[in-house]
Design a protein around this ligand. Structure first.
Ligand code: 8DG
Length: 143
């Protein structure tokens, strides 16, 4: 049977759903973590977080990830940005939230941490999907 006119050819794969945090210290610096070797995008810096598991809300996924990765108790706040793009060959939808926290963040999975002043964020190599998020944070700071 031939395809009907206008029928879609292939259905694009649904994006990997990822949620990540903007965590600020008392000086307004933002916490980035570095992806460890042996994972995709190794060596790049990112906002802490991870994939949303089936059945999880973005908020509960982020609370879980921040406990696992950084050992902190998180309270998830407003959305900073939600960006979807091709990220080094894989489609990713990245939902970024403001987060308040209790505890002292540590690299519980061996990852490096950096507290980065807002204006220095563009100096850190990050995955492509993060670039518009950094631009959004810089624009917000100028408002
Ligand atoms: N956490 C986070 N992930 C990001 C960012 N930018 C970006 O492209 N990603 C990508 C990297 C990964 O492909 C994906 C997150 O998956 P992950 O591997 O860290 O997730 P996970 O902690 O659930 O890990 P795993 O158990 O599957 O290893 O999203 C970001 O700013 N923060």
């Amino acid at each position: 049977m031939s395809a009907s006119p206008g029928a879609p050819g292939t259905v694009p794969p649904s994006p990997v759903q990822v949620v990540a945090a903007v965590i600020r210290d008392a000086r307004g610096r933002i916490l980035l973590t570095r992806r460890t070797q042996g994972r995709d995008l190794a060596g790049l810096w990112e906002f802490p977080g991870g994939k949303i598991e089936p059945g999880e809300s973005p908020e509960s996924a982020l609370v879980r990830e921040l406990q696992e990765e950084l050992g902190i108790r998180a309270e998830v706040g407003a959305q900073v940005a939600c960006v979807e793009c091709d990220n080094g060959g894989k489609r990713v939808r990245l939902d970024v939230r403001e987060v308040r926290f209790e505890g002292k963040p540590r690299g519980a999975e061996g990852q490096a941490l950096a507290w980065v002043p807002l204006h220095k964020l563009p100096e850190y190599p990050m995955p492509p999907v993060d670039r518009p998020v950094v631009q959004q944070l810089l624009a917000q700071a100028e408002e």
